[in-house]
Design a protein around this ligand. Sequence first.
Ligand code: IVH
Length: 696
Amino acid sequence: MVAPSEKLPAGSSPVDVVERVETLRAALRHHNQQYHERDAPEIPDADYDHLVRELRELEAAHPELVVEDSPTAAVGVAPSATFAPVEHRVPMMSLDNSFDHDELRAWATRVARGLERVDNDGDPESDAAIGFICELKIDGIALSMRFEHGSLVQAATRGNGRVGEDITANIRTVAVIPQELEGAPEVLEVRGEVYLPLERFEALNEAQEAAGLARYANPRNTAAGSLRQKDPSVTASRGLAFWAYQLGEVVGVGVDDARLATQSSALDWLGELGLPVNPERRVVATIEEVIEFIEFWAQHRHDLPYEIDGAVVKVDALDAQRSLGSTARAPRWAMAYKLPPEERTTKLLDIQVSIGRTGKATPFAVLEPVFVAGSTVQMATLHNADQVRLKDVRPGDTVVVRKAGDVIPEVLAPVLAERPEGLAPWQFPVDCPTCLEPLVRPPDEAHTFCINPACPARQQTQIEYFASRGAMDIEGMGESRVALFIELGLIADVGDLYTIDWERVAELEGFGQTSIDKLRSAIEASKDRPLASLLVGLGVRHLGPSGAESLASAFGHLDAIMAASVEQMSAIDGVGPRIASSVAEYFASDKAIQLIEKFRAAGVNLVGPEVSSLPQVLSGKAVVVTGTLAGFSRDESADAIKARGGKSPGSVSKKTFAVVVGDSPGASKVTRAEELGVPTIDESAFVTLLETGELP
Ligand code: IVH
C-alpha cells in the first residue's frame, strides 16, 4: 500500500509518474471502498487527503494521464446492495478542501473573479462585497431527507453523489429529527450531517469494553455503522443526532422568496420549521473574518459536545452561488477548511504494561514520535488485554493513533496492508513487570490486576496520586521524589509521608535546606485539607471528588464513614451502591485501618465540613455557572450552591436546573442549555435562586 510520504522526487521519468498515478488510484479506490462501503477506514482522513492531493497535482501536471473514472473525479463510491438505491434529483456534491489561510484567500479571490467583482486591472475588489457564511464542518455522515407537504418521506445517504442508499427506516429512529414539519412547502429536501454526540460515543465504548468487545474507533465511523444497520432498533439505541446545513430540491417556494435569498436565511428558515440547525454559524463580510472564525474554532473545537473536522465557508447569497456554479465534483461557492488531524499513522515500536495505583495492568504502545492534534505523541493506551487481542496490533506494525482533546492518546488499529511479514501476535504478560508476582484477571472483569499491595509500582502511583493537586495537593512530591523515597525505604505508603526521616533526606544529594523546608511545609499544609481531599487521595475505586464530598458532608467525620453500612452510604445523594460497596470494601481491610491510624497520629484532618445551617432550597438541583460573576468567585458560587443542598457540576445536561451566565461565558455551555431547554439566568436571578430556590 502507498504511504503519503513516498512522493516522487522532482524530475522523475514519465514511467515513474504513470506508475505512481496508477498506484495512487488503486490505493484511493481501496480506501474509498473501506470508508464508504464497509465503514472501516484503514487510514486516517488526513493521510487520505494527502493521497488525493498528490494524485490531483500529478493529473494537473500531466493532463494526458487524466481518465474519466479517476478517484479524483468521483464523490464517494457506488451504493451497496443492502439498501435500496435513491437517485438524488439535485446531485450531492463534495467540497474542495483547504489547509491553510492562503488557500482560503486564493479561493476568495477566485470567487471575486467569478462574480466579476474585479477592478479595471483585473484585481479583485474588496471581498467585502461578497458576504460569506461560516459553518462548522461536522464530522459525521451526509444525509439527504425529503419532506413532502411537511412529512418525512425518504432519507438517503450520499452514496456516489448521484445515487445514495435508502435509510429512511433508520432515520425515523433519530430522536432529534422531526417526522413532520409544520408550514413546509410541497417538497423540501434538507441536507445535513448525522453525527454521534461524544457523550454517546464514550458510553458506547464503555459498554463495549465491559462486554469484552472491541472499542469503536471514533464517533464518525460509529455513526456510519449505526446508520447502515439492517435493524432500525439498533440505530435507535445509538443516540445519533443531526445538524441541517443545506437545501436540496425545493418545490413551492419561489427563488425570489426572501427565505431563499441567502444560505443564512435558508438555515434560519429550516430552524423555524423545527429542524436542528447548528447555532455556531456566522455571516461575515470578508475572508479575514472567516479566518478569525476558523481560528476561534481551532482553539475551541473540544468545547463542543460533538466532533468537527474543520469549517465550511459558503458564499452567502444564493444568486451568487448559482452564478458561480460547480465543477464536476464540488461547488465553486463553498470551501472546506480542514483543522489539523487528530488521527495519524506511525510505527508501533513496542507494547509495555503499566501498573496503576489500584494494580490495574494497562497495556500501552511505545510509538515512533508522531505529531497529532498539536503535540508529539510517543505513548498511547491500548486499554486492556481484550482490546489488544481484538485489534491484533503487533510491535512492528504501522498503527493509527488518535488523540482528541484532553483524552489520552489511543491506538486504534494496525494498517494491515503495511504489516511486515512474520510479525508475531503480542502476548499479555503473565507476571507483573515490576514486582514479578502473577497478574490476575478476576472473572467478569475487562482488566487484569497486580494484586500485590506492596508492589512498588502500585505504591509509586498511589503516592503520586495522593500528593496530586486533585487530592492532598503536596507541591514538590512528584514522580521522581516519590520513586527516590520508596527506593531508599523512607516511605512505603501514603501514611509514611507524615513521618519522613528528614535528617536522612538532608544527607541526599540535591536536597538543600530550602528545598527540604519547602517540601516539609507542603506536607504539613496537607494535614489541613478538607476530608473530601483525603478521601479522594486514598484512591478508593469508583470514588471521585463529588462522591467524596457527598460522603464527607453527610457523615462529618472519617470514623463515621468507616463505620457506615453500604445501605447508609448508598442512601446519600451522589453516592449510590457501586461507590458505597467499594468504600465499605476498602475500609474493611486491616491495611486501610492502619493507614488511617497513621493519619490520626500525624494530625491529618479527619473532620468533614460543618453541616450547613442555611435552608436547603436547592436540594437535589444542579446549577451550572459559566463565565465571571461580579459578586462571586468561581469557588464562592459553587460553595453557595452546595451550602443550600444543590450541586454545581462542570457541564450542562438534561438534569441541569439552570445555567447562570456571567461575563465571557463558555459558548458550548450556553448552546447546550439552549438545545436542552435548560433556563439560562443572570447574576441577579442567581441571587434570587439562592434565596428562594426558585427562578424569578
Ligand atoms: S455543505 C455542496 N456544510 O463535509 C455542499 N458540508 O467534505 C455540500 N459537512 O459532504 C456540503 N459539515 O458531509 C456542508 N456545514 C457543512 C458541513 C458539511 C460537514 C460534510 C458533508 C460533505 C463533506 C465534504
